[in-house]
Design a protein around this ligand. Structure first.
Ligand code: G3P
Ligand code: MG
Length: 353
């Protein structure tokens, strides 16, 4: 079905409520599906005592691949089809900034993937840390590009000197794979004359803007304890900038949860998805959206803030399969705490029916 085409409303579909899911620590952990997630999706698709089908979307801070590629992975893991029309990742909103900045530094992710994501969003001149290292290996003394990285990196010197290039904005799309050299390159740009490579500002107040796709200090990966995430890198960039500039401040921006704007973006997506997939009224959001997450600081904080800001009910549910550790006091209080995503889905459906 084309995305905006009107289809007949499905009589078994719930009009009044919907679900939105965080991914890491709720559905997936360390690249593997959390087993209850497969059952939870079946329950949403009608395998429940009421025979009701419930619309749902995914809202992750993660990233590093195109939305289509990520949905392909998720479809295999959850054993059902996930469409980009029901999916938002950390860098999805960056798409809206592609015509604002010409030359951008894109940081993070595997190989060339984030460059391709950025170009897919419409950014026309995407430079990566690898491109800069290829032009001047002395930028980061202990980092050697592999042969593949060298071959894939752009030849910036074909444009003249590095100092001919001005970075208009820095975007951290996904977790850094090379924290030391990425930090060095980001700081060099933050300390430059207005983003001009290889220069130093005299005043340290002319950095181009920095955007991070989210601010999670920790996230749930394979290890039993949460791992450091992009928010940790963001703090390091800001505090190191302060120490190397004698106390100047670098203001950076973060997208993703817990920003209310990210939840507003999700509301618009959910409205379109309900109409396209289920034939429900597109101008009306569901009365209640159950948000299921594992990280109090992003998922619960954001859902509760959205609940305050919106006319509709955003209901926060915390699971115990990710960042939140059972028995501790969450920094932001969920309206319900359950063991797994399956319990969350059953809880929401029973509360409604
Ligand atoms: O890098 C991914 C991570 O910080 C969080 O992903 O799905 O838990 O929002 P998610
Ligand atoms: Mg999570």
């Amino acid at each position: 079905t084309p995305f905006n085409a009107a289809i007949d409303a499905d009589p078994d579909v719930a009009d009044e409520f919907a679900f939105a899911f965080d991914i890491d620590g709720v559905l997936i952990r360390g690249g593997k599906v959390i087993p209850e997630a497969i059952e939870a999706m079946k329950v949403l698709n009608g395998e429940n005592e009421y025979g009701v089908k419930v619309p749902y979307i995914f809202l992750t801070n993660g990233g590093g691949k195109t939305e289509a590629e990520r949905c392909g992975d998720l479809s295999r893991q959850l054993e059902l089809e996930v469409s980009p029309g029901q999916f938002i990742c950390g860098h999805t909103p960056m798409r809206e900034m592609a015509d604002r900045y010409k030359t951008v530094l894109v940081v993070g992710g595997e190989g060339e993937k984030c460059r391709h994501v950025a170009e897919g969003y419409g950014f026309t001149d995407v430079i990566t840390p690898g491109d800069i290292l290829k032009a001047n290996a002395a930028v980061s003394p202990f980092r050697k590009l592999t042969d593949t990285e060298h071959a894939n990196s752009k030849d910036l010197l074909s444009r003249g000197q590095l100092s001919d290039i001005v970075i208009d904005a820095v975007f951290v799309f996904a977790d850094s794979r090379e924290w030391a050299s990425d930090l060095q390159i980001m700081l060099d740009i933050a300390m430059s004359k207005g983003g001009r490579l290889e220069t130093r500002s005299e005043t340290f107040d002319e950095s181009p803007p920095f955007y991070f796709s989210h601010n999670d200090t920790l996230w749930a990966a394979q290890h039993e304890h949460p791992r450091l995430g992009m928010g940790a890198l963001r703090s390091i960039v800001e505090t190191t900038f302060e120490s190397v500039t004698g106390g100047k401040k670098l203001e950076t921006h973060a997208f993703g949860k817990p920003q209310v704007s990210t939840f507003e973006f999700a509301t618009r997506l959910l409205q379109k998805w309900r109409a396209a997939q289920h034939g429900l009224e597109s101008s009306k959001p569901p009365e209640t959206v159950y948000f299921v997450g594992d990280t109090p600081e992003s998922d619960i904080r954001g859902t509760n803030a959205m609940n305050e800001a919106s006319d509709n009910d955003w209901f926060s549910i915390l699971v115990k399969t990710g960042v939140y550790q059972d028995g501790t006091e969450p920094a932001y209080k969920p309206r319900q705490t359950v063991e797994t995503v399956l319990d969350a889905v059953n809880f929401g459906i029973r509360r409604e029916m």
